[in-house]
Design a protein around this ligand. Structure first.
Ligand code: ADP
Ligand code: MG
Length: 358
């Protein structure tokens, strides 16, 4: 049904006055692929989507859809479906009329309009709500209507700009999974913008991590998590402890344990290392461990995360089995298991000794 497209951003630049919102973005998306653009607020995610859709003109580079430069193609001719963060349904139209809208604009005959809108509503599980108005729907239902409305024209590309961020946690996960299921069924090329790393890792085939108008890294969720190319990615994707360490002979010496360095080589000297909580073991007996004192411990269902403080005052978050139950104030030992880490020179001032883990 849907023919999905190859999408290429080639060295795309977008300036707002003197502010460079997109600084030579390169991104190739395969037909049917689901790519998440992940990054902190203001890094240029929305700008990238708006550029792709034609809502924003670009100042340099090229945007290709199925190999065609779309610079002179207006938004409504780019064959793109969009869903935004804020609920954007027309309040005076029913759900069905909202979904039919794009077909009406394309002068599709009434019968076909009706049946395709009903089909799209079935796809998002709202087949029984077609005569309601937006104010009679929950936030999650409104976003599902917005999704049906974006899909009803059978676009080649689907763009979603933080479509879940106004929803509560449970609905967010349900709708995220539903979006992924529908996307997989239709095989539609999809770009999903989010600032939520967990969301990005959960839904996307590949994630592009953005920072300050550039893509720092693009890769599968596993690649980003296990081999971040930069401290920014290590810090932003997943949870990391920021630990004061030293680079010695190309290895990261963290409290006496030498760990491989990920990413580009650094000169020897003081560094801040990014260590995952699951890469630190908690020992109750001294087995080459570093003495530590338990600050607090949180039960997280399938695992437990414990905060400890070392003799030098460094705080660490450690992940371990639920059947180990450390008590606040208890003397324990921690051990760095040996997983490679990212690091940045300590002078970069990224909160040495702090903990980036909630
Ligand atoms: P994100 O979606 O990642 O939060 P945006 O793409 O919205 O970020 O914005 C990227 C940068 O461009 C921000 O610094 C923002 O303030 C700026 N910006 C966005 N839109 C405009 C605009 N219309 N005029 C001027 N600056 C803008
Ligand atoms: Mg945005």
């Amino acid at each position: 049904m849907t023919t999905s497209a190859q999408v290429d951003l080639v060295s795309v630049v977008k300036d707002y006055g003197s502010h460079r919102a997109l600084n030579a973005i390169d991104l190739s998306i395969k037909p049917g692929e689901f790519v998440a653009l992940l990054g902190p607020s203001g890094c240029g995610k929305t700008t990238a989507l708006r550029a792709l859709s034609g809502l924003e003109l670009i100042d340099g580079g090229q945007i290709l859809i199925d190999g065609e430069d779309v610079a002179s193609v207006p938004t409504n001719k780019r064959d793109i479906g969009m869903v935004f963060q804020s609920y954007s349904l027309f309040p005076h139209m029913t759900v069905l009329e909202n979904v039919e809208f794009g077909l009406r604009m394309r002068r599709v005959a009434a019968d076909e309009r009706r049946s395709r809108a009903a089909e799209a509503l079935d796809m998002v599980g709202l087949g029984t709500m077609s005569s309601r108005f937006a104010h009679q729907l929950s936030g999650g239902q409104q976003q599902r209507v917005a999704l049906a409305r974006a899909l009803v024209t059978r676009p080649r590309v689907l763009l979603l700009d933080e479509p879940l961020s106004a929803l509560d946690a449970k609905v967010r996960v349900q709708l995220r999974d539903q979006i992924r299921r529908i996307q997989t069924d239709l095989g539609i090329t999809t770009v999903f913008v989010t600032h939520d790393q967990e969301e990005a890792l959960a839904v996307a085939d590949r994630v592009a991590v953005m920072n300050n108008g550039v893509i720092e890294q693009i890769g599968t969720p596993e690649e980003l998590y296990t081999t971040p190319v930069s401290p920014f990615v290590a810090d932003f994707v997943g949870l990391s402890n920021r630990v004061a360490a030293r680079l010695v002979g190309g290895k990261v010496d963290v409290h006496g344990t030498a760990l491989e360095l990920l990413g580009a080589q650094l000169p020897d000297g003081p560094v801040t290392a990014y260590v995952r909580p699951e890469d630190i073991a908690l020992e109750k007996t001294k087995a080459k461990g570093i003495p530590a004192t338990v600050v607090s411990s949180s039960f997280l269902g399938s695992l437990r995360r414990t905060q400890v403080v070392l003799a030098d005052g460094a705080l660490l978050s450690v992940q371990h089995d639920v059947d180990v139950r450390p008590a606040a104030g208890e003397a324990v030992f921690v051990r760095f298991k040996g997983a490679p880490v990212s690091a940045v020179p300590a002078s970069a001032g990224t909160g040495v000794g702090g903990v980036a883990v909630p």
